[in-house]
Ligand binder design. Structure first.
Ligand SMILES: [Fe+2]
Ligand SMILES: [Fe+2]
Length: 174
């Protein structure tokens, strides 16, 4: 069983992960509209990962006989000034998620819910990777100037890739 406070916080986190899914899916659609299909595929993959995160939390709540109470999602942004602006938005979102996960761990600790603390460690570790991957893509975009041939090449590199590895650069090319 979960305490009500822990359950409520888990439900809020499910909504946040679904919100990330929604935002990144909107970004993927925008990249498609901009004819940046590599970025679109990469972002869509990230969106799908957020759905997996939400479902991990969802299943944990249910396994502990808690109740999953889904909340309305805010409408995502649908337009960005540039690919860099979109990725900076994604990075800000990841940092917000990291803070929320940290707060959730703290709450679980205060409520002495060791199972929740143990379960959440995966999310703590995952956020390190999530921030790193988006940050690397931002650094690459800054380096190439967010336009022209460099952008074309980076898009080509991301095209067809589904892994976060692709954003890191050529060393992880599949
Ligand atoms: Fe997530
Ligand atoms: Fe994420």
């Amino acid at each position: 069983m979960m305490k009500d406070t822990v359950q409520a916080a888990f439900n809020a986190q499910i909504t946040m992960e679904l919100g990330a899914f929604y935002s990144y899916l909107s970004m993927a659609a925008w990249f498609e509209a901009e004819s940046l299909r590599g970025f679109a595929a990469w972002m869509r993959h990230h969106a799908e990962e957020e759905m997996v995160h939400a479902m991990k939390l969802y299943d944990f709540v249910l396994r502990r006989r808690g109740r999953v109470l889904l909340a309305p999602l805010a409408g995502p942004a649908t337009n960005w000034d540039s690919p860099l602006a979109a990725l900076e938005d994604a990075f800000a979102h990841e940092r917000q998620v990291t803070r929320a996960i940290d707060a959730l761990v703290e709450l679980a600790e205060n409520e002495r819910d060791r199972a929740a603390v143990s379960f959440l460690q995966w999310f703590v570790d995952e956020q390190v990777e999530e921030e790193e991957v988006v940050d690397e893509a931002i650094q690459n975009l800054r380096r190439i100037g967010d336009f022209g041939p460099g952008l074309y090449l980076l898009d080509r590199e991301l095209a067809g890739s589904t892994g976060a590895e692709a954003a890191g650069g050529v060393e992880n090319e599949e």
